[in-house]
Design a protein around this ligand. Structure first.
Ligand SMILES: NC(=O)c1ccc[n+]([C@@H]2O[C@H](COP(=O)([O-])OP(=O)(O)OC[C@H]3O[C@@H](n4cnc5c(N)ncnc54)[C@H](O)[C@@H]3O)[C@@H](O)[C@H]2O)c1
Length: 364
């Protein structure tokens, strides 16, 4: 199969969809891989590394879309890419269709076959192609929070780990899912006092079993949240209610109860945020201050660490890419029920139930 790897052109997106290791494996199976010039550079992979692995380098994005039967991407196509996608072309990437009627309409019009990373789902309901990005964002949340606690960037001026003779900082994590556990693990590693709240006893039991004793679990309710925010140095929002907007666990009035220079990192910003005062921010301008509380609400945190994120993502996407290339989308989806859940659109028709629900007027 002819497989295309375009350069990501969405603002601040530096990941690439297939690494040279993936190209090498696909080439061994006699697939032809077409890489846009410099597509892997920001993730640390040179054109030469791809060429040595068997890829053909094409200068322009138009050439990649024109040549390939299967396009493997990272982010959803943006407007400039809509017209490049052809009828019957198979596109495997994050789409987030339910949040964009414009993209949904464009892909229906293109009559492409769209398989969305974010809805590939295993039997236990887990979302294997979202998990690694939550892992990256969770670990980054603590790293960013520790940085913004520094005085010159308006934080409290606290070293999270403390030093001998000085107490470490206090971290409050809301949500003990993938993001929350990774954030707590990093904070615990730095030596901080960590409290992690969730409404799922199953999650809290799990955290209690695997974490060191300076990570404490408590049930999530307003009373406990109000108690902890008074002394927390870093608060990390990591809650998710599947398919719904994040609940506003920290309301605007609560900021007044925090000490000046407290840092709040809202990882759940992509679901509307779990702090009432959350506004989406970018890597160029990641923070803002309200009531002396530093807010960090970057919507694509993994984009800042493309070396790590590309490897984490391609580790999980690559087996599906190989299956699609070897079998074609129909056979691959027949054989692999997890992959079939990602099938969103075929030949101008919406397949995915969530997208149908989001845009009933587009269903035919
Ligand atoms: N900003 C970014 O770059 C970025 C990157 C990756 C993930 N995310 C987002 O991070 C959020 C968390 O993702 P995840 O993979 O950890 O989800 P997850 O489903 O693994 O975990 C969410 C947890 O929140 C808990 N929860 C629900 N309501 C709660 C409440 N009222 N109080 C406390 N806990 C509650 C759930 O029980 C669950 O354990 C999502 O919104 C996800 O989209 C953002």
């Amino acid at each position: 199969m002819k497989i295309g790897i375009p350069t990501e052109i969405k603002n601040n997106e530096s990941r690439v969809s297939i690494t040279p290791a993936g190209v090498f494996e696909l080439s061994k199976q006699n697939h032809e891989i077409f890489l846009q010039f410099n597509a892997g550079l920001a993730s640390g992979f040179s054109n030469q590394a791809y060429q040595e692995a068997g890829a053909v380098i094409l200068d322009h994005i138009e050439d990649v879309y024109e040549t390939a039967e299967l396009i493997v991407k990272v982010k959803e196509p943006i407007e400039a890419e809509y017209n490049l996608i052809k009828e019957n072309q198979l596109v495997f990437t994050y789409f987030h269709f339910a949040s964009s009627q414009q993209l949904t309409q464009a892909m229906l019009k293109a009559k492409a076959i769209c398989i969305a990373y974010e809805t590939v789902q295993d039997e236990d309901s887990s979302l294997p192609l979202l998990t690694p990005m939550s892992e990256v964002a969770g670990r980054m949340a603590t790293q960013q929070g520790a940085k913004y606690l520094e005085k010159p960037i308006k934080g409290k001026g606290i070293l999270l780990g403390g030093v001998p003779g000085v107490s470490p900082g206090k971290v409050l994590v809301l949500g003990a899912g993938v993001v929350g556990i990774q954030a707590a693990k990093m904070a615990a590693g730095l030596g901080a006092h960590v409290t992690i709240l969730d409404i799922s006893m199953k999650r809290l039991r799990y955290v209690n079993d695997i974490m060191p004793s300076h990570v404490v679990t408590e049930f999530s309710n307003e009373y406990n949240i109000r108690k902890h925010i008074k002394t927390a140095d870093l608060i990390i929002g990591a809650v998710l209610i599947a398919g719904a907007k994040a609940p506003k666990l920290i309301t605007a009035d609560m900021l007044k109860e925090m000490t000046p220079g407290t840092v709040m990192v809202d990882v759940a910003v992509d679901q509307g945020g779990c702090f009432e005062t959350t506004k989406p921010t970018t890597h160029e301008n990641p923070t803002y201050i309200i009531d002396n509380v530093v807010h960090y609400c970057v919507t694509n945190m993994p984009g800042a660490v493309p070396y790590t994120s590309t490897l984490a993502l391609t580790n999980v996407t690559f087996p599906y890419v190989m299956q699609l290339a070897n079998l074609g989308w129909q056979k691959a989806c027949d054989l692999n029920k997890s992959l079939a859940k990602g099938l969103s659109m075929v030949n101008g028709k919406v397949i995915c139930p969530e997208v149908k629900k989001a845009f009933p007027e587009l269903v035919n």
